[in-house]
Design a protein around this ligand. Structure first.
Ligand code: SAM
Ligand code: SF4
Length: 275
C-alpha cells in the first residue's frame, strides 16, 4: 500500500491551483521535517505492516535534497519510492540521489501553452530539459493538472509530451474544486477527442493515466496537524464523485478503443464510503 510523506510545504513556485498554498487559509505556515520527525512518522508507517511504497511530496522536496537522501538511505531496503517534484531544481546532489535509488519521479508540467500562467515562476523550457535529463536516469512520469483554462487542450498536451517529446507515461490530474457539471461534460468530450484521434497502438504503448487503467483507492490521513500530513491510499475503499464517474467513463472509452473489457465501476470487494 502506498503512503505519502509530506516533507515540507515550502515551495519556490506559486501555482494558481495549488492546494498547498491554500492549506493554511492563504497564510503560508512554513514547515520542513527534521530527521527526528521523519523517523517518528516512518516508524508509525512501518509499524502498520502494509506499506510497500512511499511517496515523498511537498511543497518542493528538491529544496531539501539532504532530507530526500536521508529517507532513501535509511528506508530504501524495504520500500519502493515515488517522488513528485516541480522539476525546477536540478543539480549534482539531486542527480546522484536519483541515480543511486532510482525512484519513479513525477515531474509536474501542464499544457505547454498555458503552463507558465498556471505554474507561476516556472521556466518551462528548463523544467522540460530537466525531465528529459532525469529520464536518462530513472522512470519519469509527466503529471499534468487539468483546469478550465487548459481543459480543451488535453489531446494537444498528450501530443506534445508523448508524441513530440517521447515521454512514455503521462498522468492527468484534475483541479476538482474548479469543475462543475458543465466542465465535467467538456472533460468527457475532450478525453473522447484524445482517445478517438489517437491510434490504438499508440494508446497501448503509452500509459495515459487515469484512463488507461482503472484503480480505486481512498486517501486517508494517518497523521495531520494542520501543516504536516501523512496519507495512505487504501485500495479497499472508494468514494463516488463526479470526478470518479467522469474518469470511469474515460476509462471505458479507452478500453473500447484498445479492445479490452473494462472492470466494473465498483470492483468486487471494494467498499463505497462517503467523504
Ligand atoms: C502539491 S504538488 C507537490 C509537489 C511539487 N511541488 C509539484 O508541483 O510537483 C503535487 C501535485 O499536485 C498537483 N496539484 C496541485 N494543486 C492541485 C489541485 N488543486 N488539484 C489537483 N492537483 C493539484 C501539482 O501539480 C503536483 O503535480
Ligand atoms: S510547485 Fe507544487 S507545491 Fe509548489 S505551488 Fe506548484 S503545485 Fe504547489
Amino acid at each position: 500500500m502506498r503512503y505519502s510523506l509530506h516533507l515540507t510545504n515550502n515551495c519556490n513556485l506559486r501555482c494558481v491551483y495549488c492546494y498547498e498554498n491554500k492549506a493554511a487559509g492563504g497564510q503560508h505556515k512554513s514547515f520542513v521535517m527534521d530527521e527526528i520527525e521523519i523517523d517518528q512518522r516512518m516508524t508509525d508507517i512501518l509499524s502498520r505492516g502494509d506499506c510497500d511504497e512511499l511517496e515523498l511530496i511537498g511543497g518542493e522536496i528538491f529544496l531539501y535534497p539532504d532530507k530526500v537522501r536521508y529517507v532513501f538511505s535509511k528506508y530504501g531496503d524495504c520500500l519502493g519510492f515515488i517522488l513528485t517534484t516541480n522539476g525546477t531544481i536540478r543539480n549534482e546532489a539531486i542527480n546522484k540521489i536519483l541515480g543511486k535509488y532510482k525512484p519513479t519521479i513525477g515531474v509536474s508540467l501542464d499544457d505547454p501553452r498555458t503552463v507558465e500562467r498556471q505554474r507561476v515562476g516556472i521556466d518551462f523550457e528548463q523544467v522540460l530539459a530537466n525531465a528529459k535529463y532525469w529520464r536518462s536516469i530513472t522512470r519519469v512520469v509527466i503529471c499534468a493538472v487539468i483546469t478550465p483554462q487548459n481543459i480543451r487542450r488535453i489531446k494537444e498536451t498528450f501530443d506534445f509530451y508523448v508524441l513530440e517529446h517521447g515521454f512514455k507515461t503521462i498522468h492527468f490530474g484534475c483541479a476538482e474544486e474548479w469543475m462543475n457539471a458543465y466542465y465535467w461534460q467538456v472533460y468527457l468530450r475532450e478525453v473522447e477527442r484524445l482517445i478517438m484521434s489517437t491510434p490504438p497502438d499508440i494508446l497501448r504503448q503509452a500509459t495515459v493515466s487515469p484512463w488507461k487503467y482503472y484503480s480505486v483507492n481512498r486517501k486517508e490521513y494517518v497523521y495531520e496537524n494542520g501543516v504536516e500530513k501523512v496519507e495512505r491510499l487504501d485500495p479497499t475503499k472508494m468514494e463516488l464523485s463526479a470526478y470518479r464517474e467522469s474518469r470511469y467513463a474515460g476509462y471505458c472509452l479507452y478500453c473500447q478503443r484498445i479492445g479490452v473489457t473494462p472492470v466494473p465501476l465498483i470492483p468486487d470487494g471494494v467498499e463505497v464510503v462517503s467523504k
